[in-house]
Design a protein around this ligand. Sequence first.
Ligand code: ZN
Length: 330
Amino acid sequence: MPAKIAEVQRGIYELFLPLPMRPTIVNVYLIDCGGGQWVLIDTGMNTPDSVATLEDAFAQAGTRIEDLTVLLGTHHHVDHFGASGTLKRRSRARTYLHQLEVERVNRMLTLAASAPSPDAQAFFKSHGFPIDRYPLEGMRPAWIGTEQYNPVPQPDAFLRDGDVIAVGERRFEVIWTPGHAPGHSVIYLRKEKVMIVGDHLLPRITPHVGVYPTGPANPLSDFLDSQRKVQNFEVEMVLPAHGAVYQDHRHRANQIIEHHRYREAEMLDLIKHTPRTAFEVAQEVFGEEERPIFHVMAATFETLAHLEYSRGEGRARRLEHNGRIRWQAQ
Ligand SMILES: [Zn+2]
């Protein structure tokens, strides 16, 4: 598979890897640290197509998977850390992931490809999600329980906020940016003024931020704090996991904050007079047309993230009646 790669700055390569879903490409970054040492940030999925593309991309950059020194994962998702097990086996690269993401990896590995647990089903129902209307098998992404997700279950070290990982002539600073995932981290090269942002700061789309039974209670608040946090760093080049390389990370972070402010206002308006469930609000905001169940769920739990955020800010109340949770603006 001939790979597409771009040298975005001297010794920093953007590799475009194929995904069997939308978005259809994930960008991972291979960095020459001098003296034959190489760092890879994110891995793509563990499909034969993606691993073959990665192999070719490494060759174009002048190295091999076997010679990889360090592997950093921004978060546990399949398109970011899915091939880490394969790369680790072939290269023995020292592998890093945030501790909270290591927990997610291991949870993902224990999930069966079948239906959600009774607890999870009760959670979905309480938020108005019409679980009976959908086949339960459709509630998990297709890659769960397959070879496509082959992560390193126990990395060599955790990524910790503020740590600096030295490899050859490069210094990789870890900035913990929870929100899209609880241990999501971006990697900052201070001297080069480059920030590798994973899914935190995408140029065209906003990443999914949702409330789930086993996750943090108010991830949108974390996410917005993380948008403010990255603005403390001087950046001249932003390297995202999806979409094109861009420059102004502060501008983009502010746009994302503004987008969520608008979304929140829209939702508060819908629950001004009539209390509604997260599912009902999601149907209004994201539309009711027929969509795959996975998207309907994502919309519902993203809506719930907004409602929990509004509650945290004192702008909404949570009303529980007969096991059903509805929301009202206050
Ligand atoms: Zn992600």
